[in-house]
Design a protein around this ligand. Structure first.
Ligand SMILES: Cc1cn([C@H]2C[C@H](O)[C@@H](COP(=O)(O)OP(=O)(O)O[C@H]3O[C@@H](C)C(=O)[C@@H](O)[C@H]3O)O2)c(=O)[nH]c1=O
Length: 185
């Protein structure tokens, strides 16, 4: 297992050691001790989530507020996505910046998205099974969302707008400027 820093502090890529043989492959998708030693963080994951989506589906940009904030360790089990993490920590030097990376079932790379970040992904392959661990429970009342197409965030989703499919809920997400206003910034 190797850690690769991203331009956003605390948000790291994790490359697992994959053991290939005649039967296929094996890798440890999470090992608490190694994760802690390599990242310097103790993260107590308490909930696992899995979703299935078809090409063009964009889920995001999501976060939970306040004491319900979640760190996420995300990966793709089947297919390929462009995964996006947005630094929403007002005190961070990279506040408002995003990092994007292709995650797929062939690279098996994982992204650690810390508390205080927004997270989303768009499906690039025909179908995707997406899996992630969270260090805080789902709390509907504290859900927040930023508009994926916000001009200030200016995220390159690498897909034509006409192909993008979002939920009714995500159509109502906040602009980054309204988000900042709601935070008193
Ligand atoms: C996220 C979540 C949803 N749900 C329910 C609520 C709703 O009825 C249904 C679908 O929820 P959503 O539309 O919010 O699902 P989705 O759009 O997949 O939401 C997820 O998006 C990615 C990008 C994330 O980062 C996650 O944290 C989460 O916000 O599942 C739970 O019961 N537990 C959960 O932890």
């Amino acid at each position: 297992m190797k850690i690769e820093e991203t331009p956003l502090k605390d948000c790291v890529l994790i490359h697992n050691t994959v053991f290939n043989d005649d039967r296929g492959y094996f890798f440890e998708s999470f090992n608490a001790e190694r994760f802690c030693n390599l990242t310097g963080k103790f993260v107590n994951f308490v909930q696992d989530n899995q979703s299935h989506s078809v090409r063009g589906v964009l889920r995001g940009i999501h976060f939970q507020k306040g004491e319900h904030a979640q760190s996420k360790l995300v990966r793709v089990i089947r297919g390929e996505v462009l995964d996006v993490a947005v630094d929403l920590r007002p005190a961070s030097p990279t506040f408002g910046q995003y990092f994007s990376v292709i995650l797929s079932d062939t690279s098996n790379t994982q992204l650690f998205v810390p508390r205080g970040f927004g997270h989303g992904f768009i499906v690039l392959s025909k179908e995707v099974n997406f899996f992630y661990k969270c260090d805080n429970f789902y709390n509907k009342a504290s859900e927040g969302g930023l508009m994926y197409s916000d001009p200030e965030l200016n995220i390159d989703w690498k897909m034509d707008a006409s192909e993008i499919l979002v939920s009714k809920k995500d159509e109502q997400n906040l602009s980054f400027s309204s988000y900042k206003e709601s935070m008193g910034l």
